[in-house]
Design a protein around this ligand. Structure first.
Ligand SMILES: [Ca+2]
Length: 282
């Protein structure tokens, strides 16, 4: 049997071991405190980004008639009218449409070889992209008379205007910024959602400091920070015109914003309706 002295020694040894172990843990925590802090902050940021990027269901407000023959590639709203760019060779147009009735009140046909794409309004002009011709067309907004052309590299998909720059998409995950007078590229951003590139960015609309973009073959709109390219939110529109009720090519592709009344309109290629919708601010 151990003597009392041996027991005391053993107990003291155990206490010393515990104290030493606690001291070791404290030392480890002290040495790694910055690493732990960074890891914690990264987790917190990831949680915030994940929460922001979750699809948010859109709120339906109202439906309007839309020309089912319009292969919508660009959509803008100004002073009570929609301006729409339509595609396909031999059928491409620039048109002015009455919101309430869907009636086309003015139309211009593109050259037969040109496949019309996105449109944007810059002051008293309308700019329209073409898909593969690498030619942008500039019109007088009132008469639809062509007043100029410019060239760009790559394909033309969507275009919008933020008040300073034209912003264009080309089917990739990159958005380019163009000077609206010279049409020279002044910058670009790579669009990412939770670290992953978002390709197939299509029709665009600049809304309250964000770029809204249709994604080809997807029934949601991504909300993009123009400064970082980060997707800061996703708007789910699957319930507006369910995919199983339409042709595969009849994808959602049209976003227009009425800044005066804070109304957002969406439609798609050959959709019979145009929808006014609302989505929650971030
Ligand atoms: Ca648009």
């Amino acid at each position: 049997m151990p003597s009392k002295q041996q027991k005391r020694k053993r107990n003291r040894h155990q206490e010393e071991s515990q104290v030493s172990s606690t001291a070791t843990e404290r030392g480890w925590l002290r040495r790694h405190r910055w690493g732990l802090l960074v890891a914690f902050l990264c987790c917190a940021c990831a949680c915030v980004v994940w929460a922001l990027a979750r699809p948010a269901a859109v709120q339906f407000v109202r439906a309007y008639p839309h020309d089912e023959k319009a292969y919508t590639q660009g959509l803008v709203f100004e002073n009570g009218f929609l301006y729409e760019g339509t595609g396909k060779r031999g059928q491409s147009t620039l048109r002015k449409v009455e919101l309430e009735t869907g009636r086309v009140v003015q139309s211009h046909s593109l050259d037969r070889g040109h496949f019309g794409e996105g449109i944007a309004i810059v002051g008293d002009r309308i700019v329209q992209l073409t898909w593969q011709a690498q030619i942008g067309i500039v019109y007088d907004k009132e008469t639809f008379e062509e007043v100029g052309r410019f060239r760009y590299t790559g394909e033309g998909w969507g275009i919008t205007y933020d008040g300073t720059h034209l912003i264009i998409s080309d089917g990739s995950a990159t958005l380019r910024f163009l000077d609206p007078e010279t049409f020279k590229v002044t910058g670009q951003v790579l669009v990412r959602n939770r670290g992953r590139r978002v390709p197939n960015l299509n029709e665009l609309e600049y809304v309250r400091g964000e770029i809204l973009a249709n994604v080809w073959y997807k029934d949601y709109i991504v909300r993009i920070s123009p400064r970082t390219g980060q997707v800061v939110g996703t708007i789910d529109l699957r319930r507006l015109y369910p995919a199983n009720r339409r042709d595969r090519e009849a994808v959602m592709n049209g976003i227009a914003y009425d800044a005066e009344k804070n109304r957002l309109f969406v439609t798609g290629k050959n959709w019979p309706r145009l929808f006014e919708v609302r989505f929650a601010p971030r």
